[in-house]
Design a protein around this ligand. Structure first.
Ligand SMILES: *[C@@H]1O[C@H](CO)[C@@H](O)[C@H](O)[C@H]1NC(C)=O
Ligand SMILES: *[C@@H]1O[C@H](CO)[C@@H](O)[C@H](O)[C@H]1NC(C)=O
Ligand SMILES: *[C@@H]1O[C@H](CO)[C@@H](O)[C@H](O)[C@H]1NC(C)=O
Ligand SMILES: *[C@@H]1O[C@H](CO)[C@@H](O)[C@H](O)[C@H]1NC(C)=O
Ligand SMILES: *[C@@H]1O[C@H](CO)[C@@H](O)[C@H](O)[C@H]1NC(C)=O
Ligand SMILES: *[C@@H]1O[C@H](CO)[C@@H](O)[C@H](O)[C@H]1NC(C)=O
Length: 793
């Protein structure tokens, strides 16, 4: 499948470099490996693990058959991991790595991989405002005792959003530090930014030393992504915020008093697993409560994924890890960061848009979106309109062998004679949307239309384009091209309409939001929730342009950005508030509260829509639904999960003892438990019937809830059965006298024979809802009819 790079919120430059790098033949050249060690096997002769690790490596290298170049330049460790993971990262030749792997104390060796980074209105849209007495902000004191670790591109500490006026002392158990570096001193931390560190050793081992005339080797953000996400999670309330007047108002994060600990892990060409793992390790030692990580890559099995393994260690330490679901939607099976011990966050719209109209010569008005802010096009003048596919150097782009129709408006691809003085229609894809505008301007064009291509459909993202222009949907793109091809003299003009509020319907699932099922374990519903991630206004560094184009001289205090990178910190901030309100809740309890109170329908009872087609969304698009913070603070019941529960899930998923040890470090005996992967106490239920089996077509699932309310309560079950099955819940009523009481219930799912006939749907969704009249504790219930996803099957 072709990846639509433009959907990821990153500079196009980055992609070119990273994909080229992955094509390198690594041969016997030293590369970075992350090594997991069983520290319990350390001989007592070594006073500490570092000496032991060093000696192990020296012994490898002194082996007579080894090449002297074997261990990278210095045999220095890139990182030593001690908290969420035991071991180190180091440069080795693959040959030496193989030799190392044979040693008994070495649990696993992972080659280092590159990952990518994936307002004013969203808090209010989520129902978080100070005018709501007794709500989540009040109960949590706006998160004042909670620390959010933001693993990203760093921060711009001088930004108004990070001032510390009115904040109490730093939580006394905080052990983090403000690490100095390029243009970043201890004075840049305050009672808001209470920690700042950077992790570049893995990156520099791969890319060479950081060039300080290009980016700063410190926690200072020279990109913008990290400043944006940190302020979304925990920015202070600041007035007069806008992007060139767009989205004007008060900008505030979800948890305005929560403390921010910055862990810079991403650099100009990406983020290395070895550095990410070091940041997880350090954040756990520093004492963060929530980790927010808007970074991702493809899905590999949990036991091969340092990010999943780091997150497991964090979960063991009571830290909730909130991660971006990825931007490869709307295609199914694209969701990433899928481990059961993470909260995986998809993206949706809010009720705000930035409309712009393309008025065609035939009078037709096509409405798209734009954040263009420079001089408008001349009034009442229609300009020639051309499709980039008909104006490319070397002929028609769509006819080039093997090429993709969306590769239009790439740098140097436009014929200046064909586009000068015209409005140019580009297809989305190949480079960033803002870069297309820059290419058109450079070639002499005066306006740009960036049209979606399949499968993006109708989802729109507004951009601060460098010339008059707008983004339009896939169907609009087709109409415009039809007009161009059928009109003897195609012309158009563009009108900008500013900021529009109160848009309905909202939320709608963002087209780009990555979708389930979870390719690694379909029985763990992913994404878990959706949250605002389209056209989000948040803080921006004074040193970066809003388009992220290097030659864009514009500067802005706030920027509007889109992606699951933006939805993740919304959920992280809400999680921080919940932690503030309920200090004793485990990560699984916090996630459960957010999932079971999430909504999947509008106020009128109709299901949430999917922006791709404006058809109704499914569980694979929204998970449990859209977060609803004010309800999450008082969920009634939660589904808790212990470390053993997760390990039993791995057992039930047929992971081998060695694979489990790679994740858990220790050995875990699966015993003879006859567990199914859907028995894990997740707040969603996904089961599978073996369509071909002749046996009993019945699955029984057990769940255990913990009561987290104050007074005695009585909960009654209500089931919406998926089509083709009948579902019964026993007991149907559960009574609780006091906080902390646990009760189990069983869900019996019986397939009807007809559901197995060929041609019927491969899956159906329903739900189980427990209600005490006031609180609704809702879990999606999904049945699948194929063996498509079986491990090894
Ligand atoms: C260093 O930080 C200051 C703000 O304190 C900023 O004005 C300046 O541009 C920064 N320098 C670089 C090279 O980013
Ligand atoms: C650092 O980057 C600057 C600007 O891109 C370049 O001119 C210089 O040659 C680079 N230095 C090194 C050592 O790569
Ligand atoms: C609001 O922001 C604008 C642009 O950033 C600035 O010109 C103006 O002076 C600000 N007004 C106030 C009251 O701060
Ligand atoms: C533009 O290219 C399309 C095919 O991509 C072709 O059908 C159309 O005739 C061309 N239009 C012009 C005006 O050349
Ligand atoms: C949307 O729904 C229509 C009508 O049910 C269907 O024909 C179409 O394929 C759906 N589109 C997508 C993208 O699922
Ligand atoms: C695990 O393996 C057993 C035995 O091969 C099989 O019956 C079961 O379906 C497998 N479970 C999963 C989740 O793949």
């Amino acid at each position: 499948m072709r990846r639509f790079w433009c959907l990821l919120f990153l500079s196009p430059l980055l992609f070119a470099a990273v994909s080229a790098e992955f094509d390198d033949d690594e041969g016997e050249v030293a590369q970075t490996f992350i090594v997991r060690v069983e520290n319990e096997l350390k001989p007592s002769a070594f006073s500490d693990v570092e000496r032991w690790y060093k000696s192990t490596l020296r012994n490898l290298d002194s082996n007579p058959i080894s090449d002297s170049e074997g261990i990278g330049e210095s045999s220095e460790f890139l990182h030593i991991y001690q908290t969420v993971f035991h071991g180190f990262s180091v440069k080795l030749t693959p040959k030496l790595a193989q030799r190392l792997q044979k040693r008994q104390e070495i649990v696993a060796i992972f080659p280092d991989r590159v990952r990518q980074l994936q307002t004013t209105r969203s808090p209010r849209f989520l129902g978080l405002s100070n005018t709501n007495p007794g709500g989540l902000l009040t109960e949590s004191d706006s998160g004042a005792n909670v620390v959010i670790g933001v693993l990203d591109t760093g921060i711009w500490p001088e930004h108004r959003s990070f001032h510390d006026e009115g904040l109490g002392p730093i939580p006394s158990n905080w052990r983090g530090e403000c690490v100095e570096g390029d243009n970043f001193t201890k004075n840049h931390c305050n009672r808001k930014i209470i920690g700042a560190r950077y992790f570049s050793d893995g990156y520099e081992a791969r890319r060479g030393k950081i060039n300080s005339s290009e980016e700063l080797k410190s926690a200072r953000d020279t990109n913008g992504h990290g400043t944006h996400t940190a302020s979304t999670a925990a920015g202070r309330a600041v007035g007069n915020a806008s992007l060139f007047g767009y989205a004007a108002g008060v900008a505030v994060g979800m948890a305005p008093k929560a403390r921010i600990a910055v862990y810079k892990i991403c650099w100009q060409y990406g983020c290395m697993d070895s550095d990410i793992l070091a940041a997880f390790d350090q954040a756990a030692r520093d004492g963060v409560n929530v980790i927010s990580i808007s970074v991702g890559g493809g899905v590999v099995p949990y036991y091969l994924d340092p990010m999943a393994i780091g997150a497991f260690g964090a979960m063991e330490k009571g830290i909730l890890v909130s991660a971006a679901a990825g931007n490869d939607g709307p295609t199914k099976l694209t969701v990433s960061n899928v481990s059961p011990w993470m909260m995986t966050v998809g993206a949706s719209t809010i009720d705000r848009t930035f409309p712009a109209d393309l008025v065609l010569g035939n009078g037709r008005v096509i409405t798209g979106v734009s954040l263009y802010s420079g001089p408008p096009l001349p009034k009442k003048t229609f300009l020639p309109l051309i499709y980039a596919g008909n104006a490319s150097i070397g002929g028609d782009a769509t006819k080039r062998a093997g090429s993709f129709s969306s590769d239009t408006c790439l740098d140097g691809s436009l014929d200046e004679n064909a586009v000068r003085g015209k409005i140019v229609v580009c297809d989305r894809g190949g480079n960033s949307r803002v870069a297309k505008g820059a290419v058109v301007r450079k070639a002499g064009g005066v306006g740009v239309v960036v049209a979606n291509v399949a499968p993006i459909g109708e989802g729109l993202i507004a951009d601060p384009l460098v010339l008059p222009g707008l983004a339009v949907t896939e169907s609009a793109g087709k109409s415009i091209r039809d007009y161009i091809n059928s009109s003897p003299n195609p012309r158009a003009t563009i009108a900008f309409r500013g900021t529009k509020l109160g848009v309905k319907p909202a939320p709608v699932v963002a087209s780009f939001s990555a979708r389930g099922p979870n390719i690694d374990s379909p029985y763990i519903l992913k994404p878990d929730v959706i949250a605002p991630g389209v056209n989000i206004l948040a803080a921006w560094p004074a040193g970066s342009s809003p388009s992220e184009l290097a030659d864009d001289p514009r500067r802005t205090e706030f920027n509007v950005a889109s992606g699951t990178s933006m939805s993740c910190p919304h959920a992280s901030g809400v999680a921080a508030l919940l932690k503030g309100a309920h200090a004793d809740w485990s990560p699984a309890m916090i996630r459960s509260a957010m999932m079971t109170t999430a909504y999947s329908r509008y106020r009128d009872g109709k299901p949430l829509l999917d922006e791709q087609s404006y058809n109704i969304s499914t569980v694979w698009d929204i998970g449990a639904g859209h977060v609803d913070p004010q309800r999450a603070v008082d969920p009634g019941l939660v589904y808790d999960l212990t470390v053993a529960d997760y390990l039993n899930f791995l057992c039930a998923s047929n992971f081998s003892g060695d694979e489990i040890r790679r994740i858990y470090r220790k050995r875990y005996s699966c015993g003879r438990k006859q567990l199914k992967p859907w028995d894990v106490n997740y707040p969603a239920i996904v089961v599978q019937f073996e369509a071909a089996a002749g046996g009993d077509l019945e699955v029984v699932v057990t769940r255990t809830v913990t009561y987290v309310g104050d007074r005695a309560a009585r909960f009654v079950a209500a089931v919406t059965s998926p089509r083709g099955v009948s579902v019964t819940v026993t007991p149907a009523v559960m009574r609780f006298r006091a906080k902390g009481e646990k009760r189990s219930y069983r869900v019996r799912i019986k397939a009807e024979k007809m559901a197995l006939r060929p041609g019927t749907a491969l899956w159906e969704q329903g739900k189980v809802v427990w209600s005490d009249g006031r609180r609704q504790v809702s879990s999606p219930l999904v049945v699948m009819w194929s063996r498509l996803f079986d491990r090894g099957g």
